[in-house]
Write a protein that binds this ligand. Structure first.
Ligand code: B1M
Length: 211
């Protein structure tokens, strides 16, 4: 039987091969990719976060755990992104300037692909003008901004201002997310939506595009 607790442990201990193997075994048994993500991968990474906060883990352990999580996510990716339908829209996502966290951003990107969107992944440490370019050059309909640090949240406000200055604010919807973000912050900076997790991000984008 699929052992999602063992999967979480593999993430916590940074055992990349174990994480990949348990993920594959769970998929082979018919466990849904969402369940694997939430009860195995994200559950494990939450423990890593707690230990990091309590100074029980340091940056190297966190990086090794993140590497294991990324490898396992690649295994579930084809199932999350399997759709075969016309793109529902173009979604450009990036982690904002100064911020290098990309696991949550990648998860949102995968779920959006899975929901039938064409995803333009702008990467991490994306300055406001990077998002403007995604609209001008790649015709994104929706922009997703991710931030994990309270110190990088203000770059979201800067990005919204840059969109206005470039005259493209009204041609896109802007959705924000990441652990320190809230609906209140989205309202404060004038974003169109906030989503607390990757699945809600899909719902929010669909709602904003009336899909
Ligand atoms: Co960093 N880090 N980190 N870190 N790190 C946090 C975020 C922190 C909370 C840890 C802590 O102190 N408890 C803390 C931030 C404190 C704060 O600002 N409030 C922190 C810190 C301080 C730092 C450094 C400053 C540490 C240092 O160097 N002293 C440094 C900053 C580097 C930088 O960015 N400039 C740093 C570095 C790193 C690593 C490089 C070691 C590594 C990142 C590796 C990588 O991403 N490739 C790392 C990690 C892994 C974490 C924790 C442990 C885990 C983050 C994660 O991947 N979670 C994190 C603690 C924690 O969050 N528990 C922590 C799993 C992921 C699935 O969740 O990203 O929240 P998350 O995404 C969620 C939702 O937020 C949402 O959907 C996802 C789930 O479905 N979501 C969106 C995310 N983006 C969205 C966008 C949307 C919608 C939803 O719409 C567009």
């Amino acid at each position: 039987m699929a052992d999602l607790q063992a999967l979480a442990e593999a993430i916590i201990n940074g055992k990349r091969e174990d994480a990949v193997q348990i993920t594959q075994a769970a998929l082979d048994e018919g466990v849904g990719p969402d369940t694997i993500l939430n009860e195995g991968l994200v559950a494990g990474m939450n423990v890593v976060g707690e230990r990091f906060k309590n100074n029980e883990f340091y940056v190297p352990e966190v990086l090794i755990a993140a590497r294991a999580m990324k490898a396992a996510m690649e295994v579930v990716r084809p199932l999350l992104t399997e759709s075969g339908v016309e793109p529902a829209g173009r979604f450009a996502i990036g982690t904002v300037k100064g911020d290098l966290h990309d696991i949550g951003k990648n998860l949102v990107a995968m779920m959006m692909e899975g929901a039938g969107f064409e995803v333009i992944d702008l990467g991490v440490d994306v300055p406001p003008e990077g998002f403007v370019e995604a609209i001008n050059d790649q015709q994104a309909d929706v922009i997703g901004l991710s931030a994990l640090l309270t110190t990088t949240m203000p770059s979201m406000k800067d990005t919204l201002e840059a969109l206005k200055e470039a005259g493209v604010r009204d041609s896109v919807k802007v959705v924000i997310g990441g652990a320190p973000l809230t609906q209140n912050y989205a309202d404060e900076i004038g974003a169109d939506g906030y989503a607390p997790d990757a699945a809600s991000a899909v719902d929010k984008v669909k709602e904003l595009l009336n899909l």
